[in-house]
Write a protein that binds this ligand. Structure first.
Ligand code: 5GP
Length: 206
């Protein structure tokens, strides 16, 4: 699919601070659009369907898979998650810069499908820091924390297939890194050509 916008895919093991970073990135840059995924997991806390996720039954999710309604989907922590065509196609057609906050399996599918996608992996500074964040978050039992740490090893092994890495040792610096990446991508020749065709034309650059 053609798009004049950029597509940023952000992946991290749970506890690396991805959601807080993406939230701060979005708050500071109103031209970025966050894709809302579908999931079969139940809403947590204050989550609202259509805002954090579209919460659907396993049957409804499967029907969407069969109808080829997803550009990517994956099983993550025993639930299914997917990015629907609808979640991104309209935004892409309008030339928006889109953020996908998804797991590594989805990120690799998106990279295959969309040549311009930029895949960013967020790493914690150490195992100790990751464990500490998971404990501090207070959302999980110690068994779940051990499972998340085990999964994190598998997830982090995929980092070499990503384009960029941000190490979240200090929130503000990691946020600046992320913002710098978005800015640099917008300044790439291919991106400038897509977004400013009139300028190139007026300068007689083909
Ligand atoms: P949570 O249930 O904690 O919100 O998310 C669990 C994991 O699923 C996170 O790693 C999150 O990035 C990932 N995830 C969320 N939406 C999608 C999606 O649409 N596709 C894929 N592949 N992963 C997703």
């Amino acid at each position: 699919m053609y798009s004049s916008g950029n597509l940023f895919v952000i992946t991290a093991p749970s506890g690396a601070g991805k959601s807080s970073l993406v939230k701060a990135l979005m708050a500071a840059d109103l031209s970025l659009e966050l894709s809302v995924s579908h999931t079969t997991r139940a809403p947590r806390g204050q989550e609202v369907s259509g805002r954090e996720y579209y919460f659907v039954s396993p049957e409804a999710f499967e029907a969407m898979v069969q109808a080829d309604a997803f550009v990517e989907w994956a099983n993550v922590h025993s639930h299914r998650y997917g990015t629907s065509r609808q979640a991104i196609e309209d935004k892409m057609a309008q030339g928006a810069d889109i953020i996908l906050e998804i797991d590594f399996q989805g990120a690799l599918q998106i990279k295959k499908r969309f040549a311009q996608a930029v895949a960013i992996f967020i790493l914690p500074p150490s195992w100790e820091a990751l464990r500490e964040r998971l404990i501090k978050r207070g959302e999980d039992s110690s068994e779940v924390i051990e499972l998340r740490l085990k999964n994190a090893a598998t997830e982090m092994a995929q980092v070499e297939r990503f384009d960029y890495v941000i190490i979240n040792d200090e929130f503000e610096r990691a946020l600046t890194d992320l913002q710098t990446l978005v800015k640099a991508q917008r300044l790439k020749l291919s991106s400038q050509r897509r977004q400013r065709p009139q300028t190139f034309k007026a300068l007689n650059i083909t």
